[in-house]
Ligand binder design. Structure first.
Ligand code: FE
Length: 188
């Protein structure tokens, strides 16, 4: 699947609002709740605007692909992290894009290096991990650490895991889009 890049923040808002009320595949929250909870976790942790924006937008690839739980059950990986980068690369720089691009790899990294991490994954996330390549080998983990923004991707991954709480109040989407606007690429 090849996606046309978004060129305005308005288009991003439409995408989040239009598809955002679908359930986040296999979880008890909607896509929009998941995005807002991840952004709120990043904000509460004192993250900068780029990482808060990455947390808000890390799963927009799922919205674009509209992957369903049945796809996961059928063993289909939509490579949503790559789809998100296709959508967002005209709007944001590497400090937003790289943590998003690496947030699946960060799960594979943590699954191989952090005792107890696997046991705390949600059932849906455990299922998708297998599709995404499973825990990294030692060599893969060592190479991952050297990637630019690997630390931010790991932080994003932790915000992602926290963002699956039914009915958790968060600030509204407008609050986080205003933060995203501060780290958008300047108009050419
Ligand atoms: Fe997520």
């Amino acid at each position: 699947m090849r996606l046309a890049p978004l060129t305005h923040l308005d288009a991003l808002e439409t995408l989040l609002l239009k598809g955002g009320h679908d359930l986040y595949s296999g979880e008890a929250v909607s896509q929009l709740e998941h995005a807002l909870q991840a952004a709120a976790a990043a904000e509460q942790a004192g993250s900068g605007a780029a990482l808060i924006t990455a947390a808000l937008l890390h799963d927009v690839g799922h919205l674009a692909s509209r992957q369903q739980a049945s796809d996961l059950a059928a063993g289909i990986d939509d490579h949503h992290e790559a789809l998100a980068v296709q959508l967002l690369h005209d709007l944001f720089d590497h400090d937003v894009l790289q943590p998003i691009a690496l947030h699946v790899a960060a799960k594979r990294y943590l699954a191989s290096t952090e005792p107890g991490y696997l046991g705390n994954l949600s059932p849906a996330s455990t299922c998708s991990l297998a599709l995404q390549g499973g825990p990294m080998s030692e060599e893969e983990a060592a190479r991952f650490c050297l990637r630019p923004n690997a630390a931010q991707a790991i932080a994003l991954r932790r915000f992602d895991e926290l963002a699956k709480v039914p009915n958790l109040p968060t600030p509204p989407l407008s609050h986080y889009l205003a933060i995203a606007a501060t780290v958008m690429k300047a108009c050419p």
